[in-house]
Design a protein around this ligand. Structure first.
Ligand code: AHR
Length: 633
């Protein structure tokens, strides 16, 4: 028997309660959300011809019969290199881009090509851009006609006549001579909101469907960099796309993983685009900036305190970029980029996953400067990678004394741990800083183990744990699963919330758990108890409840982690129920079950349930998660 008391506890559910953690890991941005199909479009990777091949040439030999491409470095902007292509005869020299593990093209769809080019000598008249399939056959092409010797931008559209998962882009030339090329770029025309050179529609749609309260960006460890020089610097990611300086990704396998030596950040998805995405999703933006410490799992390089000012200035300037009037330097840039209205930034993060006295010392300096200039901005501070332990306790004590606003906690652990820690926040100090559970995910094998699966066991444990987040909504203000995205052919970390290839994407069971919470957050906490105690795992059952004052509904979440079905008798106090309600049920056929690119089996199924005025009965199958919504009066 459960008792549901509809009397408001006085605890509001923050609009930011269930949000999104975004990082360019697993090809999340370049090769993923950012819909650019050409890899290394501006020849800026450490190997400037990485991603490009010239089957009809040998660039290391003087016997290049047909032609060859080489790299010229002559520009002082972020985009330093361009390709110099020499075409010697008409025997079919070509330059081919392989895309991000291929290019996903669909029959009948249009792709927008753009390129900067200059004819440096000779008689090359046209350049042909053609999709080729795995067998090298053309599946759609377009031509540009060169207009002269000066650099000029050219545009064309390619219509694909065949669906190919791993197409490539082949470039051929009519005539002989030398042509310079840069920013060879190709996007599907059909992007999110139809924005030119924008974001992948299916992936943003999945984010939108989560109904996220906030969008945290750009990471993750990429904020910190392995060295300070390689940290994420937001100012290098705004302004004209072609001038944004490419940076090796912290997740590039040059360092540790086997699959992605070709992982670089083009920053085509930069801070302006992140703010715009947050706005599109109706989510509060939450940028996280370097605090002057490189990733402590790597070099842990520290900027000396006397040299910290530029880092602090970056934070202040970012707030101006987001919120400042168009008369300010950075507010003007935002406006020039197309958004005169402020982005309404309310939160900023100082450091990603940093810990120890070095962090606190630097945090204090940021805290002072931000609070002095922008007293309304809330600051998110870090507590390191593991929940609990010496540094974690030290960080929390210090941050409490400093009256920090929100402390970011990260935990990757077993499904068992998540179930056992559903009461984690029950004992937290109600007067201390609020909690941002900024990265968490149950790991089926071990932390970041490549064999981890997004299986139902993990998703169910997360659902159980999340009842504890919700029951503690007076302390827990923000939560997000991590990582968010993974390319099926180019990942470094598992598990992940959404998987994709170059054509399709699928939602994991964990995604549907997040979606059920995000769309059923409610506005105010109410209590559900058994034997006068919160429902925190007795007989394998976990539960939390909220009311939604905007729709006059009660929302009850029940997670059954036991192997037997639960017939939940729920007695209601403090209000009357409508005669019917809805139940969304998420369950798998087994705890090992996963979703895949085919129609997923684990997804919410809706049914109607009957109620009496002050009680109802719900059948909760073994190993399932139910969300029940009923109108109240
Ligand atoms: O989510 C993957 C990584 O885990 C993040 O980049 C980092 O913050 C954490 O260690």
């Amino acid at each position: 028997m459960y008792e549901l008391n509809l009397k408001d506890t006085g605890i509001e559910i923050q609009p930011t309660m269930y949000g999104i953690f975004f990082e360019d890991i697993n090809f999340g941005a370049d090769g993923g959300l950012y819909a650019e199909m050409v890899k290394n479009r501006s020849f800026e990777f450490d190997d400037p011809l990485m991603g490009w091949s010239q089957p009809n040439s040998d660039r290391h030999s003087f016997n290049n019969k047909s032609g060859y491409a080489s790299i010229v470095q002559d520009k002082l902007t972020g985009n330093k290199n361009y390709a110099r292509v020499e075409v010697n005869d008409d025997k079919g020299y070509s330059l081919i881009n392989e895309g991000y593990r291929g290019m996903g093209v669909k029959a009948g769809e249009t792709y927008n090509l753009s390129v900067m080019a200059a004819l440096q000598s000779g008689s090359i008249s046209t350049v042909t851009f053609e999709f080729i399939d795995e067998g090298g056959n053309g599946v759609g092409s377009a031509q540009i006609r060169l207009s002269g010797k000066d650099w000029a931008a050219y545009n064309a559209q390619i219509k694909a006549n065949k669906t190919v998962e791993k197409a490539r882009l082949k470039i051929t030339f009519t005539g002989t001579g030398v042509i310079a090329m840069d920013m060879v770029s190709l996007f599907p025309e059909d992007t999110w909101k139809g924005r030119k050179n924008g974001l992948r529609k299916d992936l943003v749609q999945k984010l939108y469907d989560l109904n996220p309260g906030f969008l945290r960006f750009p990471g993750g460890c990429i904020v910190e960099g392995r060295t300070l020089e390689k940290r994420y610097q937001w100012k290098k990611t705004v302004g004209d796309v072609e001038d944004r300086e490419t940076l090796i990704n912290r997740w590039n396998t040059e360092f540790e993983h086997k699959q992605t030596p070709d992982y670089f950040q083009s920053f085509g998805l930069g801070f302006y685009e992140y703010f715009q995405l947050a706005e599109d999703l109706g989510a509060t933006p939450l940028p996280i900036l370097s605090c002057g410490i490189a990733c402590q799992f790597n070099t842990g390089e520290l900027v000396p305190m006397e040299a910290l000012n530029p880092y602090i200035q970056d934070a202040l300037d970012l707030i101006e970029f987001a919120n400042g009037s168009t008369a300010t330097t950075w507010g003007k840039l935002r406006s020039d980029m197309g958004h005169p209205q402020p982005f309404n930034l309310k939160f900023i993060g100082v450091g990603n996953e940093q810990w120890g006295p070095d962090y606190i010392e630097r945090y204090k300096a940021f805290d002072k400067a931000i609070r002095t200039t922008y007293p309304d901005i809330k600051i998110v501070s870090g507590s390191g990678p593991f929940p609990d332990g010496e540094y974690f306790d030290y960080g929390w004590q210090q941050l409490k004394q400093l009256k920090a606003d929100l402390v970011d906690e990260h935990y990757y652990n077993s499904p068992k741990w998540f179930k056992e820690h559903a009461t984690r926040y029950d004992g937290y100090d109600r007067k201390g800083p609020k909690v941002f559970a900024g990265e968490y995910a149950a790991q089926s094998v071990g932390i970041a183990n490549p064999d981890n699966k997004n299986n139902w066991d993990c998703a169910l444990a997360e659902a159980a744990f999340m009842t504890g987040l919700e029951r503690n909504a007076d302390v827990v203000y923000m939560t997000s699963y991590a990582p968010l995205f993974a390319h099926a052919d180019g990942w470094q970390w598992t598990p992940d919330l959404i998987w994709f290839n170059n054509q399709q994407s699928y939602a994991t069971p964990n995604y549907y758990v997040q979606q059920l919470y995000g769309n059923n957050a409610g506005t105010n906490l109410v209590t559900i108890t058994t034997g006068n105690k919160p429902v925190t795992g007795q007989d394998g059952i976990f539960s939390s409840a909220v009311v939604d004052k905007t729709t006059n509904e009660v929302v009850v979440k029940i997670v059954n982690t036991a192997g037997t079905a639960e017939k939940a008798d729920i007695k209601v106090k403090g209000g009357k129920l409508a005669r019917t309600g809805t139940m969304k049920l998420l369950r798998g056929d087994s705890l090992n079950e996963v979703n895949g690119f085919d129609e997923p089996n684990i997804k919410p199924q809706q049914s109607t349930i009957s109620t009496k005025k002050s009680s109802f009965e719900a059948q909760i199958p073994a190993y399932s998660f139910a969300v029940i919504r009923i109108k109240i009066s």
